[in-house]
Design a protein around this ligand. Sequence first.
Ligand code: FDA
Length: 507
Amino acid sequence: TSVPSLASSDGHGFLQCLREKMPSELVYTQSSSNFTDVLFSSIKNPKFFTTATVSPRLCIVTPGDASHVQAAVVCGRRQGVRLRVRSGGHDYEGLSYRSVRPSEVFAVVDLGASLLAVRVDRIESTAWVESGATIGELYYAIARNDSRVAFPAGECPTVGVGGHFSGGGIGMMTRKHGLAVDKIVDAKMVNANGELLDRAGMGEDLFWAIRGGGGGSFGIVLSWKVQLVQVPPTVTVFNIGRMVDQGAVDILTRWQHIAPSLPSDLTIRVLVQQGQQALFQALYFGTCGALVATMGEQFPELGMTSADCQQMTWLQSAATPFLSFASNGTLEEVLLDRTAWTSAFTKAKSDYVLRAIPKAAWKEIFSRWFGMDGAGDIILEPHGGFMDSVPAAARPYPHRNGVLYVIQYIAYWQQQGDGGAAAKSWIGGLYDFMGQHVSTNPRRAYVNFRDLDIGQNDDDGTFESGKVWGERYFVGNYRRLAAVKAGVDPTNYFRNEQSIPPFMETT
Ligand code: FDA
């Protein structure tokens, strides 16, 4: 055919095509004076701020409306140029703006610059949110004038809606209302033919796939219609730290049995930190008095009292990044600040726990792994409640009934020093050690905690090569995702190191 191969394009035709179809100020080439500022604007992991990072060699497109996104796809297909799409830039492996392959020539479509609107329909109790908005902006728009409505998604306000909704969306309301993707009722996306589709136009298979099958595989989702959820006007939170010499090992061992089966109005997650401390962080849909009574009955080992309670609106609870409950600043400053910044380099991994980990193992985790140089954090997020009621095939996210909690491991380091050797060795060693205690066959992982160590597509992007990582993120849903992909993008135009490959009959 006359379509150039993706490998052979030099990009001139692509840039020319873009110039014909959209205002030139929306296209930043390497020669634009602010190219680097735009590229770095939402990189959230500073380890990718380096000249070694394989960045978009051709340009960054910052679309102002759907027609610009369609134009980028049409030009990309016609001229043989691949696109990566970025919303909030939080991908742990930077796949929204970098390639692992040094020779890859690609452009980035960055929705975080202009496609940020949130429109709330109070009568219907729904909202349309554009992918470039952050979840903090979504929460603020929904709840600033009405403390009785909310949306269940992640815990850090700067996370982008586009990538987050594409992969699931776990947060403090997951046990009560499910994942973000459990409350999405419509979406608008541009497919690999440059067509703009809503739910009716894309059909139920593709609509299923984009709600959790991971970003960057099926097209560019422009906006999402979400169902809001009801919350009480006042919620109660607590943040209780226990050191090893205060019984952290016993309390945490017990937490595993209790947290997934608590009433779904109460979520208690745990942050285990260097210094051998376990921080128990809770969100409760009720008053302090009722929470103290529930904790006395269900989890007396934690020793929670009314002095630990903080009562606030749901929106205030969402404005406490990582639930530290110590954040400074107004709601607007915290929820709407896109620049919130970490100077640490990070590496993350994840696991799912289906059977409580024995006390002896927790003892070793604290004494050996959290006593070590380079130790970072682990975050334990309970499932159960609403999550148990959703069949594993209802959405691409398969980790439902029977999962006690998900573990996120995070290692941190600074640019100076040992280049992260101690932190990397810590996270790798701990992950190996945990293998005996977590899910197996496959050892599961959460696609939004992207981890390229668990496998990458081969150069041909085959179904078989994708199985290695795909069945770990999606278990039995990987095959259906690949079949949907074959139907909507058979030439595998939207592709990255961990995008869903098309499942062809011959594979
Ligand atoms: P980014 O723009 O980097 O995109 C991520 C992936 O999705 C890329 O592959 C990208 O190409 C693709 N993509 C982006 N926009 C798309 C679109 N519009 N259409 C199609 N594909 C698109 N997770 C969680 O469940 N709960 C939590 O509480 C947190 N908290 C958290 C805190 C911090 C500080 C970080 C760095 C990450 C999290 N996460 C999280 C993980 C987060 O959900 C995950 O990184 C999301 O993919 C981020 O979405 P962004 O749009 O910001 O990323």
